[in-house]
Design a protein around this ligand. Structure first.
Ligand code: DI6
Ligand code: FE
Length: 405
């Protein structure tokens, strides 16, 4: 007699947040062969629908696995000293212009081996997973040579092999101008376009290309060259834009069909309109806003008005957001940016996935990969309302319970 298939699992009486909204009544959810195979109101469920399925859980709130669509998780060292400097009144830009900031992490990251970077980054990844993440985007950007950027991307890919999580990688060669290119920014952009992007594409190391479009980063004209190279190599486009000033970087990215424009505190209405027309997602990063004690709010009301999907991400990085707690981001998105809890949760599920071009993820719907979280709470809004680790009862990745408490 064949043994009963354990790949068929049932969750009963769960409150479901499907990535966009909370469903009206408790549901029964069937997972089979890594996918969501059935979703019924609990009171309509008939045992015949799921013959041979094992009950894997009962009660609680089921959400899609969280999608952290913007992180800089791979780096060496830390910048606690700069945190203190900033508290004493030195600005992020001043520190950057004096050779600290991103460049300080570049020095530490260049000096680290691939194994050392894996060891430094794994605890940060584990913190995200313990808080419900099943998909994480990881950027390079602390190497700034071809070899060191590829090293970072390889580390990111390895992290995805070491843990049950989907890792999406982004080449952020244009994060800062490395000191050896001082006064020769256009030459550095050529290196990004002519060597980094082709190398990342050839080795399959990057899913997308990102830029830091900013006074202390790269100009819109330089970003445009990078977008053209990314497109020529079939890579998706993203942007750090309008974080510290308004250079029109989001509209530029939208013109190139960018998946997302991220930060966007200084975004204006023309930029919002351009994003709406292109279907570019607005990625909100309340952790960086909080840590930099920024006061300029992203244009949330305009984004709503133009129906630009809003994602929420951790921006986990050593400078502006040394925070690896995605549910805190949902809370900060509400308290600082005035998102509703529903918007914040959509931002960390369906819209986060959209910002990565993964329309199949971040949703609870029949046919989708079964990346799910079961939480010990009574209603989904609690994830944004309370800041509390340890509420995750199960993390389900690709149909398997990979964490259970
Ligand atoms: N903006 C940010 O907030 C991060 N990168 C960027 O372009 C900060 C990265 C860092 O300070 O290390
Ligand atoms: Fe960032």
């Amino acid at each position: 007699m064949p043994t009963q298939s354990t790949s068929k699992q049932l969750w009963r009486e769960v409150q479901v947040f499907d990535g966009l909204a909370q469903l009206d009544e408790p549901m029964t959810l069937l997972v089979e062969d890594g996918r969501i195979a059935g979703l019924w109101p609990a009171r309509e469920f008939n045992e015949a629908y799921a013959e041979g399925a094992a009950c894997a859980g009962r009660g609680g709130v089921m959400t899609p696995g969280l999608v952290d669509c913007h992180t800089h998780l791979v780096y060496a060292g830390n910048r606690a000293g700069e945190f203190e400097q900033r508290l004493e009144g030195v600005s992020y830009e001043e520190i950057a212009r004096a050779g600290g900031g991103i460049l300080s992490s570049v020095r530490a990251t260049r000096a680290a081996s691939e194994d050392e970077l894996v060891a430094a980054s794994l605890p940060r990844l584990d913190a995200l997973l313990a808080d419900g993440v099943t998909t994480v985007e990881i950027k390079s950007g602390y190497g700034l040579t071809v070899a060191d950027e590829m090293k970072m991307l390889r580390v990111a890919r390895r992290l995805g092999q070491l843990r049950p999580v989907r890792v999406i990688t982004t080449l952020l060669g244009a994060h800062a101008l490395p000191p050896e290119y001082a006064g020769r920014a256009d030459d550095y952009v050529s290196l990004v376009c002519d060597e980094m992007i082709p190398a990342a594409a050839a080795e399959g190391l990057a899913d997308a290309v990102d830029v830091f479009c900013e006074g202390i980063g790269f100009s819109p004209a330089q970003c445009e060259r990078i977008y053209q190279a990314a497109q020529a190599h079939g890579l998706a486009i993203k942007a750090h834009a309008e974080q510290l000033s308004n250079l029109g970087g989001s509209a530029l990215a939208a013109r190139y069909g960018a998946l997302s424009a991220d930060h966007i505190e200084y975004l204006d209405e023309a930029g919002v309109r351009a994003m709406a027309e292109a279907g570019t997602v607005a990625v909100l990063l309340p952790g960086a806003f909080h840590v930099l004690r920024e006061t300029r709010l992203p244009p949330i009301e305009l984004l709503r008005q133009y129906q630009v999907p809003m994602a929420v991400a951790s921006d986990a990085n050593p400078g502006t957001s040394p925070i690896c707690l995605p549910t805190l981001m949902a809370n900060l998105a509400c308290t600082l940016f005035r998102l509703t809890p529903r918007e914040a949760l959509s931002g960390m599920t369906a819209h986060g996935a959209r910002a990565l071009g993964r329309l199949d993820l971040g949703r609870i719907e029949v046919g989708a990969p079964a990346d799910l979280c079961l939480w010990d709470i009574q209603q989904p809004a609690e994830l944004a309302y309370a800041v509390q680790a340890g509420r995750l009862r199960q993390r389900i990745f690709n149909g398997e319970v990979v964490y259970a408490r």
